[in-house]
Design a protein around this ligand. Structure first.
Ligand code: PMT
Length: 399
């Protein structure tokens, strides 16, 4: 019941994702929130006011000039009532209105009239999201402390694939929970992601199956919570989340150097990259030619980035990952202690449905005094849940 006694005003604008909002309301209510809903005219084409009234237990508002509504809870009163204003889905049109401070309907007027923090969960066609006008509106709105929740990447109602899907109701709820929403704001979070590439000669290297999806999802989850995120990424085929400072590296040694250079004001470090433990002792300057029946390569140990961060004189709150194929608990707990970590998220990578290069993951998170299981879920949701846990443990650690 993390929203006990919290008044959440949910603004719904006219996008197909509006059909998910009754579920969103139910999930907010289940966390103890008092929810009031405001619909724009076009939202009513996608979701029925009656359903929203039934799930929220409150009258739904939709008009600025409604005499009866103004006589009951008028727009200024509603704006003052809200502890949080959440707009989901937020269309490109609504983001533009918000940017220019228009007040031509109830919801846009409430945005100007409230002192509550505003969260937006955008939903639109990927080309509309990527349009220069929308992107420049987003930059302006973020500069005004409006928190963006998503959007997610993926297949869209129109058949396109790309950024612009509204986050799932569960993800939205996770991201605005009080434990998360304030604690991480303005914190510098450094996240490593992806594989490293260890060169053998100018044309060959050794690497692993990490796609970077887990680390990029964490970067996005941290960024939407207002953290100042630096993503240090090995070679992947992913687009970095907007507003995240991304540094691309190749080898474990490059990644180690980049992490250490950024450490100055780091509050939280999350090592999600699958860093090669060893590299070839020598990278030959010329391509190795085929000759003998056997070829022997000697490997030397790479620096352990995570351990080096945790052993700094003033270490940040340090979170590791453990990719294990057996003895998950024992090996993860060993790494937690040996590397002096605050937390470790262990995934069973013998299960090919999760972990390396899959859309989903499941982890058991261990810290010195406890543990928590995060069940199988899309990496974006799992990342949101993990960031919530990081925020909780970080708060306890700095108390
Ligand atoms: O990228 P995806 O396809 O989405 O897959 C996600 C993932 C499976 C890669 C991710 O969830 C994960 O488990 N990442 C850690 C992989 C790993 O290298 O685990 P490890 O148990 O070998 O290493 C333990 C920890 O030490 C990790 O935090 C790792 O980043 C760190 N490490 C390891 C070696 C090294 N030289 N330096 C390090 O910092």
């Amino acid at each position: 019941m993390q929203f006990k006694d919290t008044n959440i005003l949910l603004g719904i604008t006219g996008g197909i994702a509006a059909y998910k909002t009754p579920d969103l309301v139910r999930k907010l209510v289940a966390q103890g929130a008092n929810v009031r809903v405001v619909l724009t005219e076009s939202a009513k084409e996608f979701v029925s006011p009656l359903s929203l009234q039934a799930v929220s237990g409150n009258t739904v508002s939709d008009s600025l000039l409604d005499k009866d509504a103004e006589a009951a809870m008028g727009h200024i009163e509603l704006a003052r009532w809200a502890d949080k204003l959440l707009i989901a889905p937020a269309t490109a049109n609504f983001l533009a209105k918000l940017t220019y401070g228009l007040a031509d309907d109830l919801l846009s007027t409430l945005c100007l009239a409230t002192a509550a923090p505003i969260y937006v969960a955008p939903a639109m066609n990927q080309q509309m999201w990527l349009a220069k006008a929308t992107q420049s509106n987003i930059k302006l709105l973020q500069g005004r402390d409006i928190q963006f929740l998503g959007p997610a990447q993926g297949e869209q109602a129109c058949g396109d694939v790309g950024p612009g899907r509204m986050l799932e109701p569960e993800e939205i709820v996770q991201l605005i929970l009080p434990a998360v929403s304030q604690v991480l704001a303005d914190k510098h979070i450094i996240i490593t992601a992806g594989p490293t590439r260890e060169d053998i000669d100018p044309v060959r290297y050794i690497t692993n199956h990490s796609s970077g999806k887990m680390g990029y999802a964490l970067a996005k989850a941290a960024q939407v919570l207002g953290a100042n995120v630096t993503l240090i990424s090995g070679p992947v085929n992913l687009t970095a989340p907007t507003q995240v400072h991304t540094i691309n590296v190749s080898s474990a040694e490059d990644m180690h150097k980049a992490v250490m250079q950024q450490m100055g004001d780091c509050d939280i470090f999350i090592g999600c990259a699958a860093v090669a433990d060893y590299r070839p002792q020598q990278k030959t300057s010329q391509k190795i030619k085929k000759s003998e029946q056997e070829l022997t390569l000697t490997f030397v140990k790479n620096p352990d980035i995570l351990s080096d961060v945790a052993h700094l004189t003033k270490p940040p709150f340090t979170v590791g990952f453990a990719a294990e194929t057996q003895n998950l608990r024992e090996y993860a707990l060993g790494k937690l202690t040996r590397k002096k970590l605050n937390m470790i998220a262990a995934n069973d990578v013998s299960n090919t449905n999760i972990g390396f290069n899959s859309e989903q993951n499941a982890v058991t998170v261990f810290w010195p005094e406890g543990e928590k299981q995060l069940n199988i879920a899309d990496k974006s949701l799992l990342a949101a849940q993990l960031m919530q846990l990081v925020a909780e443990r970080y708060t306890k650690n700095t108390d």
